[in-house]
Structures are given as C-alpha cells and as structure tokens.
Design a protein around this ligand. Structure first.
Ligand SMILES: [Zn+2]
Length: 558
C-alpha cells in the first residue's frame, strides 16, 4: 500500500500547526475576536477535518466488515465485532457496527459506494438514501445525495417511505425521580426482574421501558385521564413543533446552501486491500484508527472553539446541530461529545498524553474524563489501563448507581420515548387514583405493579449454577465480552475430572462457551473468580464457526 493512499489528501497539512496552536479565547477576549475572519478560517479547517475523518471511517468500516466475517474476531478472543472494536481499537461498539454495516450495504450499491469512497457523498447522506438507492433508482439518488442537503434528502425519503432515516438520533434526557432509601430494594429488584425480560445486559432505560409498559398494559387507557402534563423532573425537552425544521429550510434557501462558505474538496478514502487474514486486517485497522484519532483530536479542538464562539450563527445556520449535519456531515451528538472531551482534556493534560500514547483508548478516556480531577487523573489512568473497557464501564456505572442511591434520587439518562412512557404512566396512575399523585408515587406504583406480576416467575432456586451466575453478575466472564452469560462452564472440564464447585465454574456467553472454548480457540485455566488465566489465538479461525455479525444484528442479540 502506498503512503499516498494511507493519508488522505496530504494529511497532516499546514493547518495542523494552526490547530495545535489554537486555544479558546477567554471570556473577556471574546468581543475582540474578528468573527468573520475567525469563522471563515475555522469553518474551513473544521470542514476539511470532518471530510478526512469520514474518509478514514469509510476505510475502517470496510476492514471492520472484513473482520466480522466468520470467526475472525475470535483470533483476538472476541465473539462480536462490537467487542473487538471497543476493546482492541478503542472505538465505540455501536459506531463500529454501523460502520461495518454501511460497508456491507454499499457492496450492493456500486454507484453509491463509488460516491462515498471518492468523498462526494458523506456516509451520513449515504445512510439516509440507502433504502431507496437500489436497482434503477440508485443512480438518481446518488446524484441527489451529491447536491441536496441532508435535511432535504431525509424529507424526500420520509415522503416516499414514511420512515425517518435512522441517522436522526433520538435525543436523550435525564430522568430524575426522588426515591427514598427504603424503596431502594424494591426498585433494584424490579430492575433485575426486568433484566430477565429484556436481556441481562440491557441498559437501565430499557428496563424502565419494560416496567412502564407493564403498567400501561394493565392500566393505560383509563377513562378520565388528563392530558399528560409531564409533571416530573426531566430536561431538556424542547416543544415538539416543526419551527426548527422550517427555520433550517428557510436558511438553506436564503443562503443558497451557504454558497459563501469555502468549497471543501472531497477527500478520497484510503485504499483498502482485499484481506482475509485477521492479523493483517487487525494491523490495518489499528493503523487507520490511530490516524483517524489524530484527525479527530484536531476536529475536537477546532469544533470546541468554533462552538464556544457560536460562529455557526455568523455562518447563517439555525443551530449547531444544522451546522454539524449539513456542513460537517456528522451527527451533532458525536461532535458535542468530542467537544466535551476536548474541554476536559484541556484541564487534564495527562489524560490527553495517555490517549496520544495509546495507553488509554478513546472509549476509556470518554468514561474517565468526567470522573478524574487534576489530582486523581493519574490513578484513573492507571486503573483504566489495567482492565478491559467493558469492565471499567460496569465498575463506573456501579459506583455511580451507589452514589445516586445515597443522594436519594433515581437519575437515569434515557431516550426521549422513555420520558414519554413515564408521562403516560403518571397520567394513567393519576386518573386511576383520581388525585394528583406525585411523580415519585406514580413511579413506585409502576414498580410495585411490575413486581407483583413478575416476581414469582423470576424466583431463583439456590443451585450451584445460580450461585455462579450471581457471583459473575450474569455477565460472560471472557475478557472484553459484553454479552449476557447463558452457560456455566467447568474451567477444568468435567470429563477431565473437574469438580462441581464455585472456583471451578464460570459464567460464559454461548459463543464463548460452545465455540471459543470447546472448539479450542481460547483456553481458560486457574481458579474463579480472581485466579483465571486466559489464552487466546490458539488456532486460526474457520469461516463456518461463527455466523456473520450481520446475522447477529438481524436476530437482535449483541
Ligand atoms: Zn462471551
């Protein structure tokens, strides 16, 4: 592979020096900023970085798709592409799955693929038109995607299919309900029982959904229910109208799609070889991710200054969201997360250094950036470097939950539909009680109702298997695996005289148990839970051993 391909469009370039020297102006300096000059300069740098990052992402997606074929991730001890990407490359698991899926979808659409690889159509826009760009219609959708705005494309797709493109991210909010300490066991029990229904690794909002749905299934639609007043703590919740969309459209037209902004040249994605060897795919992925991260860091720096000065307003965008979507071809949440991390990195230079040197991955840095302070950052880096990303996340979540209970508040980040479900629960409960119950009372009622219905079915017998599952918290114990445990495995095989005992048994997911271990890709020896030794890469993977990740996505497990 030639170097010319490996770094898109001569990256890093002269602007990289400028980015490195860039600092957000102090509050008192802001009015002296020459906004128009700064805006034009930073917008140009930002848009170029966004194109380059997209180009890297396209190539990374292609290799991730190659890595997700057959049992290739097993070479590194992982049973899914999401786990592999998070633990080995430091990428977000969900993003990695989406990138691999994009690569697979594009294989059936040669014209769209060509446009994405040449940088003429952003991956975001490709996802919007994906469902319609097939067969005879492909060429015309590719042409539209090259010139139309993302908003315009999404509106066109929606009018034809009735569906919103999956690019539109559901906004998240923080649901806050005061819960007295004495109610804690009941709420925890209900969350656990809900986990049995929606999957043990399901996030807490998913479990809340199950609890609220149960209540609504029983009491929803009660006569006399008032319109929901959303009378409980949650934020932010902008009014559901289409004024934002109309403003976006107006600005798009008035500015003739921001014709005055510098034209940014498309960036060709790095060349990707047709690899089948997992080690070579892995090496390419690590190289590309390292380069992409450098580009991403620059993007974070510039975006941080650009957004703190509100320069998107000067450039005539309705919101930073619209700027991200139309000018950068990125989701606003992705950019905001990057900016948030950048601001923490300014305060925690050790963490930036640990990220740059590869000691801490991006995903780990995101986890500890909000926990660490100037005095604790070294300890945090030490702690994070010594464990898998998934166990770090679980530990932090456990600690946060304990603190939350001490404060006497249940605080859970949830997608907006969960807020809406809870509003319906409050509405139904108040109608049923014929009095203005507090949100806490409505919540506890739904929890009680859920437990009454499901408690008996969820009762566990005190068997060795259940004790092992409990000790391992129901998670697969293979390092870096995010799956729910389905089996209990004898570390020393029973056929070799291994005992039925707590220290000889561990919880594993089906794939790690039946394929990884019993087919001989991995080996675990020692004593559970703390004295286990894992060995990986014991034999090269066979394509037929594990289904494609695409199959797993279809069956909904992860
Ligand atoms: Zn597993």
């Amino acid at each position: 592979m030639s170097l010319e391909y490996a770094t898109p469009a001569g990256y890093p370039d002269a602007d990289s020096a400028l980015v490195a020297a860039l600092e957000a102006p102090m509050a008192e300096e802001r009015r002296d900023v020459r906004r128009s000059e700064a805006g034009v300069l930073l917008d140009g740098v930002l848009a170029t970085r966004a194109r380059r990052k997209a180009a890297y992402d396209v190539a990374i997606g292609e290799y991730l798709a190659a890595m997700s074929v057959g049992a290739r991730t097993l070479t590194f001890g992982y049973v899914s592409i999401g786990d592999y990407a998070r633990e080995r490359l430091g990428l977000n698991a969900r993003t990695a799955q989406k990138q691999a899926k994009l690569a697979r979808d594009l294989r059936e659409r040669p014209a769209l693929r060509e446009a994405v690889w040449s940088g003429e159509v952003s991956p975001c826009k490709a996802r919007i038109v994906m469902s319609l760009a097939r067969g005879d219609a492909e060429a015309s959708w590719v042409e539209r995607a090259k010139t139309d705005t993302a908003r315009c494309l999404a509106a066109a797709v929606k009018s034809l299919t009735g569906k919103t493109a999956d690019e539109e991210e559901e906004p998240w909010e923080l649901l806050s309900i005061p819960v007295p300490p004495e109610a804690r066991p009941m709420v925890e029990e209900a969350m656990k029982v809900a986990g049995k229904q929606v999957g043990h690794t399901a996030p807490r909002w998913d479990r809340l959904d199950a609890i609220f749905q149960e209540f609504l299934g029983t009491y929803g639609g009660v006569e006399g229910a008032e319109e929901s007043d959303g009378n409980f703590l949650h934020w932010p919740l902008p009014p559901p109208d289409d004024s934002v969309e109309r403003l976006e459209e107006d600005l798009e037209n008035e500015t003739k799609r921001w014709v005055y902004l510098d034209e940014v040249q498309p960036v060709v994605a790095p060349h990707v070889a047709d690899e089948t060897n997992p080690w070579r795919i892995d090496a390419e992925l690590r190289r590309l991710v390292a380069e992409r991260n450098r580009c991403d860091e620059e993007l974070g720096r510039v975006a941080s200054v650009f957004s703190s000065l509100g320069l998107w307003r000067d450039a005539q965008f309705a919101s930073f969201r619209q700027y991200c979507k139309e000018r950068l071809g990125m989701g606003v949440r992705t950019v905001q997360q990057r900016i948030a991390l950048e601001r923490r990195l300014v305060m925690l230079p050790e963490l930036r250094q640990a990220m740059r040197s590869g000691r801490i991955s991006y995903e780990k840095a995101k986890l500890i950036a909000w926990k660490a302070t100037g005095t604790t950052v070294k300890d945090w880096i030490e702690r994070a470097a010594g464990k898998t990303c998934i166990s770090l996340r679980r530990e932090i979540e456990g600690e946060e939950e304990a603190q939350m209970w001490t404060r006497g508040w249940l605080e859970i980040p949830v997608p907006r539909h969960t807020i809406e479900l809870f509003a319906d629960v409050c509405k139904a409960a108040r109608a049923l009680a014929r009095k203005p119950l507090t949100s806490r009372e409505c919540f506890l009622w739904s929890v009680y109702q859920f437990l009454e219905t499901w408690k008996c079915e969820a009762k566990e017998r005190n068997t060795l298997r259940n004790r092992v599952m409990k000790r391992d918290l129901g998670y697969c114990q293979a390092p870096g695996c995010s799956r729910r445990a389905a089996h209990v495995h004898h570390v020393e095989f029973r056929s070799h005289g291994g005992a039925d005992s707590m220290e000889n048994e561990i919880a594993l997911c089906a794939a790690h148990h039946l394929v990884a271990i019993h087919e001989g890709y991995m080996r675990v020896t020692g004593k559970a839970p703390d004295g286990l030794v894992w060995e990986i890469g014991l034999k090269p993977p066979r394509p037929e051993d594990l289904p494609d990740d695409s199959d797993r996505e279809r069956t909904g497990c992860q």
